[in-house]
Design a protein around this ligand. Structure first.
Ligand code: ADP
Ligand code: F6P
Length: 323
């Protein structure tokens, strides 16, 4: 039977571009005479039944805003079968017969759990980490990279003036994607990622070499998931005589905020439209992903079975260009 009511939620860490995606989902659904219900604060809202109707005007003026107007959360209750039963009970109560989940890899696992229990669901990748398999880019990654680029550019100014080394810690959980790309576009001397072990001695040697080659600074991007932790690493480096003294900047949640970039708005809009079109065609248990220039459905089963890692070719490229 063709679907009549779409439910929509944003889940996990927020990402710039979730709002334009919400707008695209709502207005695409309305254009097909489907009803839309907004579920507040991710799977928590589904477990608790915090669900409201969404009309075209409810999503006006959000295209350019970071964050998510639906709110987001991490829901331990939904990890349990009992929570999922409550969620399905509320889907039935509100007559939601198609669900769009915008979120990261954990959120896609949640979507898969619902699909396995007969819910028609389409996932949309939204996470600054870019750790999702099945899409070249997730919504929010480009904006986060622009934020990191601006931060590194500014830090280089002060690093050069004081002849210092800076450890710049980026997010990404246990994936080094953001750190590698930030290192490449920010001209970092070194990148530390979970996918590659590095020792304190290697970092110290690199900084000393940069100093001896006459560099005025050394920027080292440290992924939060790297085995060396930035504060402890800085303490070790500062106890050695390697030319530069070291300072640490942890960029933290700044990376998750801000207006979505042009790229993210476009990606979010295309993916939102594609998610509703997929549900309307009767597709389910898929995530819409960016494949080359196209937005294509990928089975959720495959998405959750794989782990996306940083591209080590770019890691090597950043290292080569740092000379
Ligand atoms: P992200 O989606 O950004 O990766 P999380 O990993 O925190 O964020 O996942 C968001 C939410 O998705 C979790 O709080 C939980 O409610 C749900 N979730 C994560 N993993 C699973 C799972 N294996 N089964 C069911 N739900 C899950
Ligand atoms: O998944 C997005 C992310 O920002 C990760 O990069 C980071 O590890 C985590 O969320 C931080 O989570 P919280 O917002 O709960 O501190």
């Amino acid at each position: 039977m063709a679907i009549q009511t779409i439910g929509l939620l944003t889940s996990g860490g927020d990402a710039p571009g979730m709002n334009p995606c919400i707008r695209a989902v709502v207005r695409t659904a309305l254009s097909k005479d489907l009803k839309v219900m907004g579920i507040r604060e991710g799977y928590s809202g589904l477990v608790d039944g915090d669900i409201v109707p969404l009309a075209a005007r409810d999503v006006g003026g959000i295209l350019q805003r970071g964050g998510t107007v639906l709110g987001t959360a991490r829901s331990p209750e939904f990890m349990e079968k009992s929570g999922q039963r409550e969620a399905i009970r509320h889907l039935n109560e509100f007559a939601i017969d198609g669900l769009v989940v915008i979120g990261g890899d954990g959120s896609m696992r949640g979507a898969r759990a619902l699909a396995e229990q007969g819910v028609k669901v389409v996932g949309v990748p939204g996470s600054i980490d870019n750790d999702l398999w099945g899409t070249n880019m997730a919504i929010g990654v480009d904006t986060a990279l622009n934020t990191i680029r601006d931060a590194i550019d500014k830090l280089r100014d002060t690093a050069s003036s004081h002849r210092r080394a800076f450890l710049v810690e980026t997010m990404g959980r246990d994936c080094g994607y953001l750190a590698v790309m930030a290192g490449l576009i920010g001209g970092a001397e070194m990148v530390l990622i979970p996918e590659r072990e590095t020792t304190v001695e290697e970092v110290a040697q690199l900084i000393e070499n940069a100093y001896k080659r006459g560099k005025t600074h050394a920027i080292i991007v440290v992924a939060e998931g790297a085995s060396l932790k930035s504060i402890a690493l800085a303490e070790s480096l500062n106890s050695m005589d390697i030319g530069f003294k070291t300072r640490v900047t942890i960029l933290g949640h700044i990376q998750r905020g801000g207006r979505p970039s042009a790229f993210d708005r476009l990606l979010a809009t295309r993916m939102g439209v594609a998610a509703v079109e997929a549900l309307a065609r009767g597709e389910s248990d898929v995530m819409v992903g960016l494949d080359g220039r196209d937005i294509l459905p990928v089975p959720l089963e495959k998405v959750v079975a794989h782990k996306r890692e940083a591209n080590l070719d770019y890691f090597e490229m950043a290292r080569m260009l740092a000379f």
